[in-house]
Design a protein around this ligand. Structure first.
Ligand code: KMH
Ligand code: ZN
Length: 285
């Protein structure tokens, strides 16, 4: 596994699961998303994992909206823009594949099917292969999302059979503590680390109550961090999250205490092999 002296902080501000009615401070409009992204960048985020909503605040994979979102985030932030191809559990494969036509810097690619609360998050092998190849054809850098340990075996199978991703570097995100997936605890994080391909980097996020244990375990293990209201809406026992920047600021503070301070997006692009308009080649140094 590849070690780094700094920490990649990804913010996942919205997700597809929370309803705006229940979580009024959830960013769902484009203006809210851009404003959140700017706030999060200011306090240490380098990448944003994006799910978008329609005019009624419902999850959507509308291609026009996705393109507008990528353009706005590129225009108004320096964040690496990662679109979710996971969408909502109800989204058909064709819509999830079409996300790639919005040409983000990065996209998520989940390595298998998992029970997801009362639902099923379906990711067939053939679909995973299509996503992997579709990203490589377009120069989009994948983040391989891992919800359970067996999905790391699928990642090895994918790379063995179909070769490395766009950019050549493998980056994994451990999504821990989903009811139906792997638990969000130190033992499981260590087990996952042993299965991560050589030379790969990983970040980790813990859903709900596992947020803090997973964050601390990942930092001490040399991993990176994903935080955001997609994954948790409570900041502490009995205290709701104020906004996404509050979660990023806490992650950045802990990363500094661990002497692995947040990495700027320009360095994260280099680390993950992300090219693009704001890649190293385009930045005056
Ligand atoms: N919303 C979940 C069903 C991803 O973004 O790629 C899937 C998810 C994973 O959030
Ligand atoms: Zn997501």
């Amino acid at each position: 596994m590849s070690q780094s002296t700094g920490t990649i902080i990804t913010v996942a501000p919205t997700g597809a699961e929370h309803a705006k009615n229940d979580v009024p401070n959830l960013p769902v409009t484009l203006a809210e998303l851009v404003s959140t992204a700017q706030d999060c960048e200011r306090v240490g985020a380098a990448m944003i994992h994006v799910h978008i909503r329609d005019d009624d605040g419902k999850p959507t994979l509308d291609l026009g909206r996705l393109k507008d979102t990528v353009a706005a985030l590129r225009d108004q932030t320096n964040l690496i823009v990662q679109l979710s191809t996971g969408g909502a559990v109800t989204d058909p494969e064709s819509d999830r594949l079409r996300v790639l036509d919005a040409m983000p810097d990065s996209a998520s690619c989940t390595m298998g099917t998992v029970n997801f609360g009362d639902d099923v998050f379906l990711n067939r092998w053939e679909f995973i292969v299509e996503l992997h190849k579709g990203m490589r054809d377009r120069g989009i850098v994948p983040e391989y999302e891992i919800f359970d340990l067996g999905q790391l075996a699928t990642l090895h199978r994918l790379l063995d059979k179909h070769g490395p991703p766009a950019g050549g570097h493998v980056h994994v995100d451990l999504v821990m503590g989903v009811p139906g997936g792997m638990p969000g605890d130190v033992e499981t994080l260590v087990s996952a680390m042993r299965l991560i391909p050589d030379g790969a980097t990983f970040s980790a996020t813990g859903i709900g109550r596992s947020t803090l244990p997973v964050m601390l375990a990942s930092l001490s293990a040399g991993g990176h961090l994903r935080v955001g209201m997609e994954d948790t809406i409570s900041y502490a026992r009995g205290e709701r999250v104020k906004d996404n920047a509050q979660l990023v600021a806490r992650a950045a503070g802990l990363a500094r205490i661990a002497q692995r301070p947040p990495l700027a997006s320009v360095h994260v692009r280099e680390l993950l092999g992300v090219k693009g308009e704001k890649g190293l080649a385009d930045v005056a140094v």
